[in-house]
Design a protein around this ligand. Sequence first.
Ligand SMILES: [Fe+2]
Length: 300
Amino acid sequence: MKGMQIFSNQDLQMKKEIHAKEVMSEEGEQMGCYLLNHSNSLFLTPQKGDSLVLIQVLEGRLYCVGGNEEYRLGKNDVVRLKNVKEKVLLTSIGSSSICMYTVNYYQNIEQLNELFQEARKADLRDSYTMGHSRRVHNYAVCLARELKGQCNLAEVALAAQLHDIGKVILPLEVLQKEGKLTKEEYDLVKKHSMVTYDRLLPVYGERIAYIASSHHEKLDGSGYPRGLKGEEIPFEAKIIAVADVFDALTSKRSYREPMPLIKAVEFLEENGKLFAKEIVSILREKVQAGTITRSYCHEY
Ligand SMILES: [Fe+2]
């Protein structure tokens, strides 16, 4: 990707000189060491004017998506981003520590850590949704890789991880209810999408908040929260919607057994009015090829 360079350990000496020269000669620089928990992500968005980010992995591993390219970074690797046009997502695999130098480019890491903890909490509240966001992320990224021309991989990855963060507002008796929800309860459930929007907006901006909050929109306009139709729904949200329903159907619930993977694909195909056909057909290919399995864990 233009403006992005990944250096390996061998170039370390050279990189140090780059830090010193480029970072220290400009104004607005920030420098700090941070600990990232598993799956926590940094999302770097292009800024106006000259900007520079240097990230060195001190411990652990990071998965990096910029535009449609992916990189895996290990200990001592350095990412250098200068005037990058594309958004870049860095996700920690296991816990990792990083050293970050930024110039005119800032993201509040404490705020991010808090957000990811909240997302995990939302998942952990119900044993049946445990790991849901992680699996939805994995499925969505797997599908998005095949649809690179049509979507932004970094946006899919980030929005998928945080799509259900708004579920923290739901009382446990609603979250874990076995029978049919009453109208009032269902109205409350529907609110989680906009809570997700409100939580993500100040941290990641409008685009990510909009994609993440649109994961229950349906092609025919029958979804929520906005009742978007067809092309009005961001393509990234359509991918997350397919991954979300696929995970829900193939997960065990207290009142039913998990649906076999291929049956879940058939369900999505039968509901072609609701879910994008080209995305579902890739899901079918991946399931049939055994690339996507229930224990699908080729996370990064
Ligand atoms: Fe949801």
